[in-house]
Design a protein around this ligand. Structure first.
Ligand code: G4P
Length: 528
């Protein structure tokens, strides 16, 4: 019988955050390869022009309209049980992308070595920061011309406000790329251009001035390496595990995911330093992962748009105890016992029925409308949890049914899909009473429209609006309402101001000194 503490100790649950095209799919594929979850590179992503492989993970789902399966992948690696949570990007980018980070204990931030920190990276980093999860930085595509490593370090520090501590140091880039030097153990990983695995066995050196090194990488690059490392030694603080766990520092690695260079080394080190599954915060305390009862929370509800399989799946992250198939647990919001008889794990298009799960694991529950994002299950005591975080929308549309006869279905659909978290619903304070939908990605509006039509028979009139920022307003006074260009109310009747730009926000603040704006709703218990 597996032991709860042991299962917790060997688990790591994390997500990869990146800007589109930085190489997340490629890196995911290589990680799965090490985990033995797939046998051949190229099976995660559809090969160009070719038939998609059966275990294709993302591309196929895009064709189906919305992903229900790309949610969490589990694999074993050197005694660890790794849960890799998918953070949808590209056209799939939505509030789900942010919500997934609430279920992760750590993040791997992937950066394109030539492009540096990009907009999507900044947004996702900020969510990780707010969640308090430690972040490892990985610079990818070193086989292509990349920016100097000191430049990249500087950019991460300045743009994201976290101290970078290099774990490895690249030797050249592009055609000149010779490998990476591991600062911690003074090993050098030499790069060899081959089709599959470009990593040669690591060579132990006595330090950067080891003559072996000069011989392996040539005098010019060796000179550069010595210069860089001297700079690093002078200005960079040493890696300290606690500082990493406290988000004060981010270790930085360099790799080339495409040619599988440096990836395994990153995985090994990541598993060493990444935290084990964290507790579930409650209003007045927390539930420890090794509490003697099962608990978990729903971080995502996905609906399958395929008419043949129109089911909904609630993705639950286990937060404590041992989950066993068929067990019952209390649904805290509904205040009643529910039987969890059909738990699944997903891989590609396959659904695998699971027998049990442990803290840090993700299980998919077939959801007959019972689960919403933020719902908590407990097979032990009843407790109160904080509201699941909401994220400021950036895309807005005013909506109404095309025909007056559809009003009833429209009202019902709006309420239910809003509760499910498909979109955020706002109500104008004055003027037209037509609701305004807020989303962080286009896909959310498309899903809302499609589901309203297929599930509620409502043909939607959707009028896109130009706002790009939403800010929750604290301490509303008549004067404040006068100053703000557009104020709406959210589902909980809180005031939200909508703006077109950062400039507009600054202008409003300059006109009213006491204006308090937040990019997330203040927690209910903090409202007083
Ligand atoms: P994403 O999921 O973050 O959006 O990125 P993805 O892995 O799809 O990679 C985006 C492009 O960058 C792909 O090229 C991929 O092959 C390439 N790439 C990823 N990692 C590396 C790397 O380490 N080195 C180099 N040189 N390229 C890398 P593509 O041409 O868009 O697609 P494909 O034809 O390769 O599939």
């Amino acid at each position: 019988m597996p032991d709860l503490d042991q299962e917790i100790r060997r688990r790591r649950t994390f997500a990869i955050i990146s800007h589109p095209d930085a190489g997340k799919t490629t890196l995911t594929e290589k990680l799965l390869l090490y985990g033995g979850a797939i046998r051949e590179a190229g099976s995660v992503k559809a090969k160009k022009g070719g038939q998609a492989a059966t275990s294709d993970w993302m591309e196929l789902e895009k064709k189906r309209g919305i992903s229900i399966t790309s949610s969490a992948l589990q694999f074993e690696y050197e005694g660890h049980c790794v849960n890799l949570l998918d953070t949808p990007g590209h056209q799939d980018f939505s509030e789900d992308t942010y919500r997934t980070l609430v279920a992760a204990d750590a993040a791997l931030m992937l950066i394109d070595g030539a492009k540096g920190v990009e907009p999507q990276t900044i947004k996702l980093f900020k969510v990780c920061r707010d969640r308090g999860i430690p972040i490892v930085t990985v610079v990818n595509k070193m086989d292509r011309p990349a920016r100097p490593p000191l430049d990249l370090m500087d950019e991460v520090e300045k743009t994201l406000g976290i101290t970078v501590v290099p774990a490895t140091w690249p030797i050249g880039s592009g055609d000149d790329f010779k490998g990476v030097y591991s600062l911690r153990d003074r090993r050098i990983f030499l790069f060899e251009r081959t089709a599959h695995n470009a990593t040669k066995a690591a060579v132990q050196t006595t330090g950067p001035d080891d003559p072996q090194l000069a011989e392996a990488i040539g005098a010019r690059l060796h000179g550069q390496l010595l210069e860089d490392l001297q700079m690093v030694e002078e200005c960079v603080q040493p890696f300290e595990l606690q500082a990493f766990l406290d988000q004060q520092i981010s270790p930085m690695f360099f790799c080339s995911a495409l040619v599988n260079f440096g990836v395994e080394n990153i995985l090994q080190r990541f598993l060493e330093i990444a935290p084990t599954p964290g507790p579930l915060p409650t209003i007045d305390s927390e539930i420890a992962p090794n509490a003697p009862f099962f608990s978990g929370f729903v971080y995502k509800v996905a609906a399958n748009m395929d008419k043949m399989h129109r089911d909904r799946i609630a993705f639950l992250r286990v937060t404590s105890g041992h989950f066993e198939r068929g067990m019952s647990a209390k649904h805290l919001r509904l205040g009643r016992e529910v039987r969890l008889s059909h738990p699944h794990r997903f891989f590609g298009q396959e659904r695998v029925s699971i027998e049990d799960a442990w803290p840090g694991d993700v299980i998919g529950l077939i959801n007959p409308g019972m689960f919403r994002v933020g719902d908590v299950l407990s097979a032990g005591p009843t407790f109160e949890v904080r509201n699941f975080p909401r994220f400021a929308p950036e895309i807005f549309a005013q909506v109404a049914p095309r025909e007056p006869s559809m009003s009833k279905g429209f009202g019902k659909g709006l309420a239910q899909l809003g509760e499910e978290g498909v979109v955020q619903v706002f109500w104008p304070r004055v003027g037209a009473r037509e609701p305004i939908l807020g989303a962080v990605g286009e896909l959310q509006l498309q899903v809302f429209e499609a589901r309203l039509e297929s599930e509620y028979g409502v043909d939607l009139r959707l009028d896109r609006k130009p706002w790009t920022r939403a800010r929750w307003v604290q301490n509303v006074t008549p004067e404040v309402l006068e100053i703000l260009p557009m104020v709406v109310r959210d589902e909980s009747d809180r005031y939200v101001a909508l703006f077109n730009s950062e400039f507009e926000i600054d202008y409003a603040k300059s006109r009213y000194k006491g204006l308090e704006l937040y990019d997330h709703p203040p927690a209910e218990e903090d409202l007083g």
